[in-house]
Design a protein around this ligand. Structure first.
Ligand code: PGA
Length: 254
């Protein structure tokens, strides 16, 4: 099955509203002819409506970096799926390793967030990945297995059609040290088989599995050549419009 590649930029806690608009305008202008890649930008919450307005009617869409699992309520400082939709978001990143590490998100919370996203009409991008210690101990597959089965517990394949999975080895995020093509290939193949085992062959074939962790113009072609890699979740290299555009326009003739 042919899956439309996706290149997503996670801007984390960078850029004010005007800076976000400026970069988003440059990316959408440079990519206005791109029809074969799903392009997504995830700015800070406060910039969502601004960026959504900037990229309207262009091939770029907008996502959020997090959401709360309740639909509404007395949860000071949190944000709901409905609010994100109203702000123009189509996707939402869930369970990023920085959220798991610094904000103590557990697989159970991730699962509730996936549920909130899907019931609110957002497409979740579920981030999973092992730490360096887990890899060194030979626990990579075990870790991913748990993150996928606990994070997606209770869902049926028909509910997960819009799910995107992002494999982001924690040791490769923001370090400049991308996983090797061989490591990525091995994990992505494993994830595809895991999805098939837990859900169905059809769902495993339909879901896009992105790679994230020090993706840059210099390594995107090699990554995109790997059969089970359907795109990239890009942090640092998505902050600069020219660099991000080079990644979006990877060489897909190979
Ligand atoms: P990086 O971040 O590209 O800066 O390594 C990736 C991510 O956190 O999604």
């Amino acid at each position: 099955m042919k899956r439309m590649p996706m290149i997503a930029g996670n801007w984390k806690m960078f850029k004010t509203g005007p800076q976000a608009v400026d970069t988003a305008a440059q990316v959408s202008a440079a990519c206005r002819d791109v029809t074969d890649v799903q392009i997504m930008i995830a700015p800070a919450f406060v910039s969502l409506p601004l960026v959504a307005a900037t990229v309207k009617d262009t091939p770029v869409c907008v996502g959020a970096q997090n959401l709360h699992f309740e639909a509404q309520g007395a949860f000071t400082g949190e944000i709901s799926a409905d609010m994100l939709i109203a702000a123009g978001a189509e996707y939402v990143i869930i369970g990023h390793s920085e959220r798991r590490q610094y904000f103590f998100e557990t697989d159970e919370m991730v699962c509730r967030k996936i549920s909130a996203a899907l019931s609110g009409g957002l497409k979740p991008i579920l981030c999973i990945g092992e730490t360096e210690t887990q890899r060194d101990r030979g626990e990579t597959f075990l870790t991913l297995d748990k993150q996928v089965s606990d994070g997606l517990q209770g869902f049926g394949p028909e509910e997960l059609q819009d799910l995107v999975l992002a494999y982001e080895p924690v040791w490769a995020i923001g370090t400049g040290k991308s996983a090797s093509a061989q490591q990525v290939e091995e994990v992505h193949q494993y994830l595809r088989s895991l999805l098939e085992k837990q859900f169905s062959f059809d769902l495993a074939q339909a879901i896009r599995v992105l790679y994230g962790g020090s993706v840059k113009p210099e390594n995107i072609n090699e990554l995109m050549r790997i059969t089970d890699v359907d795109g990239a979740l890009v942090g640092g290299a998505s902050l600069d419009a020219d660099t991000f555009t080079k990644i979006i326009k990877f060489d897909n003739t190979l």
